[in-house]
Design a protein around this ligand. Sequence first.
Ligand SMILES: [Fe+2]
Length: 530
Amino acid sequence: MSTTDSQLSLIFPPEILKMVEANEGDLPIEASDTFTRFLFFVATNTVKNSPQHTAKDIAVPSVSGPLEKFEFLPGYINFVPLDEDMPPAPASADNSPPPSAQILSTILSAPIVDDFRQWQDKEAAVKVIAEHLIGMQPEALELWTDVTSDTTITNLAFQGMAAHLLAPVTGQGNVAFKVDLASLAELPVRDGNERMGATAFFDADRNLLSIYVSNDDATYVSGDDLWEHAKWHFRCAVFTYVTIADHLSGLHFGVSELTMEACREQLPADHPLRRLLKPHVYIAAKTQTTAVRVLAAQGGIAERLWPFTFEGLAMLLKQGIESGPFEPFPQRLKNSGLANLSDEMYPYATDGLALYEVCREYVENYVEIYFPGESIVDDAAVQAWWKQLETNAAGSGLGTLQTKAQLVDLVAQIVFAVSGWHSHVGADTRYLADPSFVAGKVRAGSEFPDIQSTFLIFSLNAVTGLYQPKLLDDFTHVYLELHKEKAVEVFQQFQKSLLALGRDIDSRNESRSMPLRTFHPAVLDTAVSK
Ligand SMILES: [Fe+2]
């Protein structure tokens, strides 16, 4: 690998450059692709050198009050650089920006080039993934085989990362369900890429019937020449929409960021609700600040991994923030018209509902200790916390806080969202392990990621998969001393219920056509901390 025509030689001293080159070996990353080379180097080292964070790392709150916020997409997305769990390193004597900020600024300004060079064949890609990339990834929750089949599209829609986008259909012949992501085509893309967007249609027995492809404004069925390309379009549209709109924007920049801000700004450090939510906003400020600066920023990972211009990317982020998952899971399911499907049809709903109910029972029992009956509604700090969320979370529909049930529903949803929903929209190794499954970009005549996309996608998934505090860890050190014994009892009951849920899911998986581990408590983190 030569560095002669790379900006890397402008950024790194020779000894670091040697490490970058050694890290790449003879891997086929384009020498002039500064950004991909840098990201792959950073990902490899981050995975190697990052400590495993556990519940002990969750800091006990000590201050509250207004936070310094910065706007990323004004009116939609902001971030708070000062983290509660990981304070920044001390500033340099002359107040100059740290070297990492200078490097980042150079990397983000590297030209955005879609390098469409293809792998020699699938075997070549699989070999590099097996030898260099899969070892950096977090655990795959399930094994998805035969990823290009029609059945995989069904599984993606009824239990995989598209399950929350499933909608019932009536009055269209034998079409009973659809996942409609056709509107992705409205987002402008760079030359050489096809417009994203597709809709998959299913019958009442979950069989895939047809796929509408926005780029072609055409509908395809099995046997058509472009059927495999249509399925590739759909899988890539799902990965794109869910990752950018639902995961990055709605969950990270929406639920996690706004909850963390409201907790730190409106709830005193020794407020029972602040302590209850603390494990669930662990390193939220740091995580979102990094996500803005490295992933979502102009010239960042997202703009390069997906085909959208920055304007298109910003449109999708705005859509995501407006549909952040604040609505309690059972209500959302009811509103979708899919609440009465069997586990055989819609296992996503069974396990998701069960996890939500365990979270809700925990929150309700904890709140009752400190605020018996309806008294939490009269707490001025809780009212201010609710009001801030209601004001800042566009489209959340929270309304005015009038009952304890509203508060318990929302807090339970937050705990559920940052653990289970994060796993649903964000545990991606299962979708990446076989490169034929999904990619960020679609080109005419290809149903496989190019070399550049492969390295970008695996590097991103590696750095967003670091080990973080688990929902089954003991985080009671953040509880108040007041009524601690009772609170710990409630926590222990929560843990017992989680373990029982894990056993239930294991048992359901034995009879399912394909196992589902998305909501298994054993794989869940306490927070959106990666
Ligand atoms: Fe995440």
